[in-house]
Design a protein around this ligand. Structure first.
Ligand code: NAD
Ligand code: UDX
Length: 481
């Protein structure tokens, strides 16, 4: 019987293993983690992450062939295939700080696997790692072995949050990289057999180890580059009267470009894009490729520019100061259908507004007050280190930030609204009622292109939406850079 163990019960480990358990009833799947509260939540009715469809999948398999446990060593020892899906955040200190991937968690997982194993294992890199990590992991595993064979595979995950279950059920592709030697190929086939339970074989791509590792970084860099490209265009649209939605549609109909992932926004967020591009930049620098590094760095710079530009637009439109003004922030998660706030653009936008002494009233249907206050108090890059997975005392002052559980409550008596996540409910608010309950002039800044600016202007709002033609008020305000 095949036994799978996955180290790391996070946004990737949890959903991915739940789907493997569902699709492969004869395989026993254990998901293990050092974070006891996370494992307790996986074993409860309130899963630790919000992901449409996940509850259903977990309910169908948990206790049958899917188990969540903190007994990491026992389950690793028993497994034939060990996935490692621990966090690989950006280093905060030392060599490569602010760019390189911190592989501390990966290395400690690898050492533990080497220590507790009593039988041969396939060890699968599920985490996103720098290209060539498998070589280092192999050294750790083989150095400690006592006649045990470890075969390393790279099987990066391409799911996106908010659509994880859909993506896992019907992936564009599954990528498996292994050594081009008989043991490597045998291991590739073993893992391919697991996915082949529900993924057509022509969508299971097999490559060498380094191509698989690099493809993951490359895919995220390409996706993020597309967003920075359209966001750069959004600034030019505002300066010229072009409409970014029309431009996106026009270029997206070219089959060589395609219509997806061309939505202008306040900036991309999430735990992957920035971290993985910084990692790619660092790898290029280490390989003596500064031109390539600088090219990718620009994707991050444009993203930072977009967030700063949004804050500047708000402040300059509201008579160059938001000091003491109540601003309603609608949405805090980095995208809709998730409660994840890692690297959400909302953090930078809120910090920018707080820097100008605004009073914020924040509403997000899936993010708690504790999480928001913690995020606003946290230093850049600290968010993905396990200490921060545990609750800590928030330090952001509740005087400047209130977190409420209703959009209308957030909006009441505010001078301005900014929409930072594209939750569907923000499209359907009663904007006449919203307008009636606000200070005048009533401003709305849509960072996600979810509202109809024309309708809002007819109601009386001064309305701004990323990359859309400006109204007379905004045009007359000082230029935003
Ligand atoms: P996460 O922080 O949600 O989960 C990682 C888990 O690993 C945590 O619960 C942590 O406690 C646990 N962990 C850390 N060290 C451990 C150890 N030694 N033993 C046992 N458990 C340990 O992270 P995530 O979002 O699931 O991401 C995991 C990896 O997958 C990262 O490399 C990330 O880049 C990659 N990835 C993430 C996504 C995504 O959408 N979140 C998508 C594709 C790839
Ligand atoms: C991303 C990749 O899409 C996924 O393949 C990889 O496995 C993990 O990283 P994720 O970060 O979960 O997934 O979400 P994604 O849908 O890619 O969105 C990332 C950010 O880009 C969000 O803040 C989103 O709002 C923003 N975005 C996305 C845009 O601003 N415009 C778009 O057109 C698409």
């Amino acid at each position: 019987m095949v036994k799978i163990c996955c180290i790391g019960a996070g946004y990737v480990g949890g959903p991915t293993m739940a789907v493997i358990a569902l699709k492969c009833p004869e395989i026993e799947v254990a998901v293990v983690d050092i974070a006891t509260p996370r494992i307790n939540a996986w074993n409860s009715d309130h899963l630790p992450i919000y992901e449409p469809g996940l509850d259903d999948v977990v309910k169908k398999c948990r206790g049958k062939n899917l188990f969540f446990s903190t007994d990491v060593e026992k389950h690793v020892a028993e497994a034939n295939i060990v996935f490692v899906s621990v966090n690989t955040p950006t280093k905060t200190q030392g060599l490569g700080a602010g760019k390189a991937a911190d592989l501390t968690y990966w290395e400690s997982a690898a050492r533990m696997i080497a220590d507790v194993s009593k039988s041969d294992k396939i060890v699968v890199e599920k985490s996103t790692v720098p290209v060539k990590t498998a070589e280092a992991i192999e050294r750790i595993l083989t150095h400690n072995r006592k006649g045990i064979n470890f075969t390393i595979l790279s099987n990066p995950e391409f799911l996106a949050e908010g659509t994880a279950i859909k993506d896992l059920f019907n992936p564009d592709r599954v990528l498996i990289g292994g050594r081009e030697i008989p043991e490597g190929q045998k291991a590739i086939h073993a893992l391919r057999d697991v996915y082949a339970h529900w993924v057509p074989l022509d969508r299971i791509l097999c490559t060498n180890l380094w191509s698989a590792e690099l493809s993951k970084l490359a895919a995220n860099a390409f996706l993020a580059q597309g967003i920075s490209s359209v966001n750069a265009m959004s600034a030019l649209c505002e300066a010229t009267g072009a409409d970014v939605s029309q431009v996106s549609h026009s270029i997206g109909t070219d089959s060589r470009i395609g219509p997806k992932f061309l939505n202008a926004s306040v900036g991309f967020g999430g735990s992957c894009f920035q971290k993985d591009i910084l990692n790619l930049v660092y790898i290029c620098e280490c390989n003596g490729l500064p031109e390539v590094a600088n090219y990718w760095k620009q994707v991050i710079k444009v993203n930072d520019y977009q967030k700063a530009r949004f804050v500047n637009r708000i402040v300059s439109s509201m008579f160059n100061t938001v000091s003491g003004k109540k601003i309603a922030v609608l949405g805090f998660a980095f995208k809709k259908d998730t409660g994840d706030t890692r690297e959400t653009p909302a953090i930078d936008v809120c910090k920018g507004l707080l820097g100008d002494k605004a009073k914020l009233s924040i509403y997000d249907p899936q993010v708690s007050e504790e999480q928001i206050l913690k995020d606003l108090a946290m230093k850049k890059f600290d968010w993905d280190h396990p200490a921060h997975l545990q609750p800590t005392s928030p330090t952001t002052s509740k005087k400047e930030v209130s977190v409420v559980w209703d959009a209308y409550e957030a909006i009441k008596d505010s001078h301005g609204i900014c929409i930072l996540t594209e939750w569907d409910e923000f499209k359907n608010l009663d904007y006449q009622k919203v307008f009636d309950n606000m200070q005048k002039p009533a401003f709305i800044f849509d960072g996600r292109n979810v509202v109809d600016v024309k309708k809002l202007r007819d109601i009386g709002f001064i309305a701004y939406s990323i990359g859309k033609p400006l109204d007379a008020w905004l045009k007359d305000m000082p230029a935003v850079a």
